[in-house]
Design a protein around this ligand. Structure first.
Ligand SMILES: Cc1cc2nc3c(=O)[nH]c(=O)nc-3n(C[C@H](O)[C@H](O)[C@H](O)COP(=O)(O)OP(=O)(O)OC[C@H]3O[C@@H](n4cnc5c(N)ncnc54)[C@H](O)[C@@H]3O)c2cc1C
Length: 393
């Protein structure tokens, strides 16, 4: 149906990383946007996030690459070590040859910093309205408008609705209806230390992953080196659905017992861990219905083992804005073109993240095979294996 309401705003449910980058990408195309965030303020939690070259390729198109790099840390390598023997399994250099190969850097940043870059970009843009304490409860589509009902009964009308409401998306519930996310049985404990709280002999400039049986442990610097991010992941059948609750240190010690002193000494530095129960979903081919679509974790939630959820949400936003700009009078068609562009790429990351999780947590013969596959590769061979992900958009 032709679109008669070109001045009506796009409605975005959720003001996390995905919602804010979407709002900015749409505004950059001259489209007005209202963002509804259920929380009383726009805020991200204290934890690190890795940024592959693909996110920089995406956000360069909306002019935010330099801002993103300002507070980030650019690690010299991605290193994997055996958590039992300490042996290096592989180390992938991220310097000049990596940049030449992918045309973009690899960086790590604080969640609050990536979120802050998108938030400030939205605040500067007069086409974005940022609204807190506004929970989207329901929506309906009538002709060429979508109406959302907010908690408390207020209604808002717009040209289309983009569900950026995360892993437990209500909007997905209504569009796809595939129930609750899949609980993986993997738990992540996360903490951020000040640089000064990390013993000098344990501090490393790169991203280091210690692979152990049914566990792995990752650390890297953040915020221009002022902070140090730690993530400990292990298998557990004990879970509370949700995230960001306090983690029980006894369970952590049980799972990491017997690992290298470098691992245990760093784990010892943490007083309070925040716990995430890791979930994902089966990939789907379509996540739009008429003038309503999904983006980021609402569309394709993934385990974090390829460190790509926020990167994929940012890629989604750039593509979504481009597809709408190419067909402003056919929003439903633009949404179909966007999901068609994205579903195989995001589905591949969803599936491969599970495979990488198995690889990180291997023991016995599988661990030997991991060593055989990864050890002794040249940098170019390692880059070849990353091409599908880091070379794309
Ligand atoms: C342990 C861990 C490590 C990770 N590491 C990385 C990494 O290194 N690199 C990377 O790229 N990604 C990583 N990710 C993934 C990344 O954090 C997510 O993919 C990303 O944050 C998803 O953003 P989103 O905006 O889609 O969803 P969310 O961040 O979940 O945001 C959803 C927002 O919507 C709001 N909301 C929800 N429901 C409603 C409603 N009904 N009405 C209004 N507002 C609502 C929420 O309050 C929230 O603000 C990691 C994830 C985890 C768990």
């Amino acid at each position: 149906m032709p679109n008669a309401n070109t001045d009506a705003p796009f409605l975005v449910a959720g003001g996390g990383i995905g919602g804010l980058v979407t709002a900015y990408a749409l505004a950059s195309k001259g489209l007005p946007v209202r963002v509804f965030e259920q929380a009383p303020e726009f805020k991200e939690l204290g934890a690190g996030i890795q940024l592959g070259p693909n996110i920089f390729r995406a956000i360069e198109r909306i002019g935010l690459k330099a801002d993103m790099l300002e507070d980030a840390w650019v690690p010299p390598s991605l290193e994997m070590r055996d958590a039992l023997t300490g042996e290096e399994i592989t180390s992938i250099p991220l310097g000049e040859p990596f940049r030449r190969r992918f045309g973009q850097p690899y960086a790590v940043t604080h969640r609050a910093d990536i979120h802050g870059v998108y938030l400030r970009a939205c605040e500067r843009h007069n086409l974005v309205s940022l609204e807190t304490s506004r929970k989207v409860e329901d929506f309906s589509e009538e002709g060429n408008t979508v109406t959302v009902r907010l908690e408390g009964g207020e209604e808002a009308r717009g040209r289309a609705l983009i569900g950026c409401d995360g892993m437990w998306s209500r909007i997905r519930g209504k569009i796809i209806g595939d129930g609750a996310p899949r609980v993986s049985g993997h738990i992540a404990y996360r903490a951020v230390l000040k640089r000064t709280d990390v013993p000098d002999d344990l501090w490393r400039p790169g991203v280091v992953l210690w692979a152990g049986p049914k566990t792995h442990f990752v650390h890297y610097p953040l915020r221009r080196g002022a902070l140090y991010n730690l993530v400990a992941v292990f298998h557990s059948d004990h879970y509370v659905e949700g995230w960001n609750s306090e983690g029980d240190p006894d369970e952590l010690w049980k799972r990491f017992r017997g690992q290298r002193p470098e691992v245990l000494r760093l784990l010892e530095r943490i007083e309070t861990w925040r716990m995430w129960v890791l979930c994902d979903r089966e990939p789907v081919k379509a996540w739009s219905k008429g003038r309503v679509t999904l983006l980021g974790d609402a569309a394709h939630p993934m385990l974090q083992y390829l460190a790509q959820g926020a990167c994929m949400a940012s890629e989604d936003a750039v593509w979504l804005a481009e597809k709408i700009a190419a067909a402003p009078d056919d929003i439903a068609g633009a949404f179909r073109a966007y999901e068609q562009q994205r579903y195989l790429r995001t589905g591949r990351v969803q599936i491969m993240a599970r495979v990488y999780g198995e690889f990180y947590h291997a023991s016995g013969v599988t661990a030997e095979l991991r060593y055989q596959a990864l050890h002794g590769r040249t940098a170019e061979q390692a880059y070849d294996g990353m091409e599908w992900l880091y070379g794309g958009l």
